[in-house]
Write a protein that binds this ligand. Structure first.
Ligand code: R5P
Length: 282
């Protein structure tokens, strides 16, 4: 087996290759003069693992091109971050089900697909090949442990993240709880006051995605008003749009960490171990 990565998943692909002790193929990425994407992989093996997060439309095209370049090799596709997954139904007439459109396109030419902490596992059903979700709650829990906080409270910002918070908390035998969230608009979120004994507690808010940071910034401000000793944030996919990192720090969040499913300067947690474990099970 050899591993091919797209441009935005090079670090995670290298970590997976190192753990699996298989070669990482050098792939050259460039553009045609009209701006169209080009790539060229090196020599392939009988089996190929492609690692490529769908962080934007160019990344989606790179995965499609990489799969085509690997024609003739049995290909497993790892999509650490699956962009377009949140438009998973038709909210208004005339809209696409973007998650379905992308999943179906990404199923072509591959044997199986793995994703990491997908927002809604229902999206897995849109792939036309076997698709599996991998959780990196253990890795996030390991990071929380490394912070050496005193009896941390692991907090989900909404009901959708309750199980994830529980899995993170289980790593250290910590308590977990959740807040209630009301989304006012695409960027604005309001937390309903809910009784939480956060006073004097070191709180770690955990979530699948930080996009604009609105959800966590609002939660942090509320927790500070309740007298939390400190507030930290740990998420799987650090999309961090529109100055989200600074927004979170300005909201008094002492540390912000994400994983290498979406590579950026806050990606201190690696999904490589969980991905390699899942690959070993199939
Ligand atoms: C929503 O249900 C998700 O789990 C995240 O909480 C949400 O996508 C975060 O978005 P933002 O950072 O823009 O508030």
């Amino acid at each position: 087996m050899k591993i091919v990565s797209t441009e935005r998943s090079q670090v995670l692909a290298a970590r997976i290759a190192e753990k699996m002790r298989v070669p990482l193929v050098y792939t050259k990425f460039s553009r045609f003069p009209d701006g169209e994407l080009y790539l060229r992989t090196g020599d392939l093996d009988r089996e190929t693992l492609i690692v490529g997060s769908i962080v934007d439309s160019d990344a989606l095209v790179q995965v499609l091109l990489a799969v085509d370049a690997c024609e003739g090799s049995e290909t497993t596709l790892v999509l650490p971050y699956l962009g377009y997954a949140r438009q998973d139904k038709r909210f208004n007439p005339g809209e696409p089900i973007s998650a379905r459109a992308v999943a179906q396109a990404l199923s072509r030419g591959v044997e199986r697909v793995f994703v990491v902490n997908i927002h809604d596992p229902k999206v897995l059903g849109y792939f036309t090949v076997p698709a599996e979700n991998i959780s990196i709650a253990s890795a996030i829990g390991g990071y929380v442990g490394s912070l050496n906080l005193k009896d941390p409270l692991i907090l989900a910002p909404d009901e959708g993240a309750i199980d994830f918070a529980g899995d993170v908390a289980a790593v250290g035998g910590w308590e977990s709880d959740h807040l209630q969230k009301t989304r006012i608009s695409g960027e604005e979120v309001r937390m309903k006051p809910k009784h939480l004994d956060a006073c004097n507690r070191e709180v770690v808010i955990v979530d699948d995605i930080i996009a604009t940071g609105g959800t966590l910034a609002t939660a942090a401000e509320m927790l500070h008003r309740q007298g939390a000793a400190s507030v930290h944030a740990a998420c799987v996919h650090g999309v961090l749009t529109d100055g989200a990192y600074a927004r979170l720090r300005a909201a008094g969040i002492a540390s912000v960490v994400s994983s290498d499913t979406y590579e950026n300067a806050s990606s201190f947690v690696s999904a490589a171990g969980a991905i390699v474990d899942a690959l070993g099970r199939c």
